[in-house]
Design a protein around this ligand. Structure first.
Ligand code: PMP
Length: 415
């Protein structure tokens, strides 16, 4: 779909950008594809696809262990990707960047290493009521194992964290805070700088789940002073199968390894193994080299466009969609925080969200329906599910208009 002149004026030439994403050119059920399921996974620009092809055509070999030309080439590519992620997050050192499978694995790693050492019987882990299951279950598993307690800071009717409650729950037994930067179900942007300060004032470290934040806002982990920050490549226009754990060097060094295997050791005998330095201590086995190369290409693509321009464009789209959708009788937006990014969750009176999704699909419009892996959020709002449109840098106001027409059609069908 064509971008309007306003969108070009907002800093991004969306029409040109769309040409970079081959998948967007197709039709779905005879209509131009309108892809509004970006919070689940975003589409990949040609630059990312080409980088992966180039890696396999030119550079592929196993890394770190080979003396031969290709192995060195692949190692250089992999380490260059680490450097790109370091700069993207504004981390102090490349060794603070660990390549994993995704945000989920990164949270599990911290729970099972840092958590297992520092959380004991009677201690507490503090999360919020708007977390994705990935930032609930690993902590629940840890608490069950250790006899610790999972405390949950509540949210208000807009889907905003109640900061006074959060601060009250930060107690002498709190050993770690784990909080989403941006909620995937509500779109709320949490004031994490403030939250980190509150936690640090009580000597509690903070893990930030940035899975939904990195595609929309610039992140500076040193300025935030967070202890851990995690995200997945596939939501950041990069390939699937790769995710990042950022951790402060001193914390990573003090943590025990997560998985055992090749590359994470410095020496092995049957009596004793000594572990490699960070980040390698946490990268057991052959990593996803082509995935890392693809993630680097995605970061370079975003850097060229500028995160500020992307944020401004998406903000405009979200404001436009919010205003139009909330004006449709019978439609209620779930998640009306003052600070939001990328996500418009809604329900239509008398229509199950799955029916909304199915009817929109027939119009070529891809949205997500369900609990969005955030069942406690649904419970908080007294619903089972929502319909969720989520925006990316390549979406246009015309696509929002298609969504509005689709919603009206749903209402006609169920009238
Ligand atoms: N946290 C949030 C807020 C998410 O939205 C998601 C993915 N929906 C995750 C964590 C988990 O990401 P992944 O499945 O890529 O590990």
């Amino acid at each position: 779909m064509k971008a309007s002149p306003q969108e070009i004026a907002s800093g991004l030439d969306v029409e040109r950008i769309r040409a970079d994403f081959p998948i967007l050119r197709q039709q779905a059920h005879g209509h131009p594809l309108v892809y509004l399921d970006n919070a689940a996974t975003s589409q990949k620009p040609k630059a990312v696809i080409d980088a992966i092809v180039r890696y396999y055509e030119r550079d592929n070999a196993n890394i770190h262990r080979g003396v031969h030309y290709l192995s060195q080439q692949a190692t250089e590519e992999f380490e260059a990707a680490r450097k790109a992620v370091q700069l993207f997050l504004h981390a102090a050192r490349p060794s603070e960047i660990i390549f994993l499978r995704g945000a989920t694995e990164a949270i599990n790693l911290v729970a099972q290493t840092y958590g297992r050492v520092h959380v004991g019987a009677g201690d507490e882990v503090l999360i919020t009521a708007m977390e994705h299951h990935s930032n609930i279950v690993p902590w629940q598993m840890l608490c069950d194992e250790k006899g610790a307690k999972l405390r949950v800071a509540p949210i208000n009717d807009h889907g905003e964290l109640i900061l006074e409650e959060f601060e009250r729950l930060l107690g002498p037994r709190t050993k770690i805070v784990a909080i989403g930067h941006v909620s995937n179900a509500l779109g709320t942007i949490n004031p994490i700088a403030k939250i980190i300060k509150m936690a640090h004032a009580k000597n509690v470290p903070v893990l930030v789940d940035g899975a939904q934040a990195v595609p929309h806002v610039a992140v500076n982990v040193q300025e935030l002073d967070c202890d851990f920050y995690v995200f997945s490549s596939h939501k950041l226009y990069g390939p699937t199968g790769v995710g990042i754990l950022y951790g402060k060097q001193a914390l990573l060094e003090a943590m025990p390894p997560y998985q055992g295997g090749g590359d994470m050791i410095s020496s092995v005998t049957f009596e004793k193994t000594t572990y490699n330095k960070v980040p390698h201590k946490f990268e057991a086995g052959t990593p996803d080299m082509s995935g890392a190369v693809g993630l680097r290409a995605a970061i370079e693509y975003l850097n060229k466009l500028g995160m500020e321009n992307i944020a401004a464009h998406e903000h405009e789209l979200l404001e436009y969609a919010t205003q139009k959708v909330s004006a449709i009788p019978g439609v209620r937006i779930v998640g009306t925080a003052k600070e939001k990014a990328g996500v418009l969750s809604f329900v239509i009176e008398g229509v199950h969200p799955h029916d909304i999704g199915t009817i929109l699909d027939q119009e070529g419009i891809a949205i997500r329906t369900g609990h969005h892996c955030a069942q406690p959020v649904m419970e908080r709002f007294g619903i089972d599910a929502t319909a969720r449109a989520s925006f990316a840098l390549y979406n246009t106001k015309e696509e929002v208009d298609a969504l509005l027409r689709g919603i009206k059609k749903v209402e006609e069908v169920f009238a």
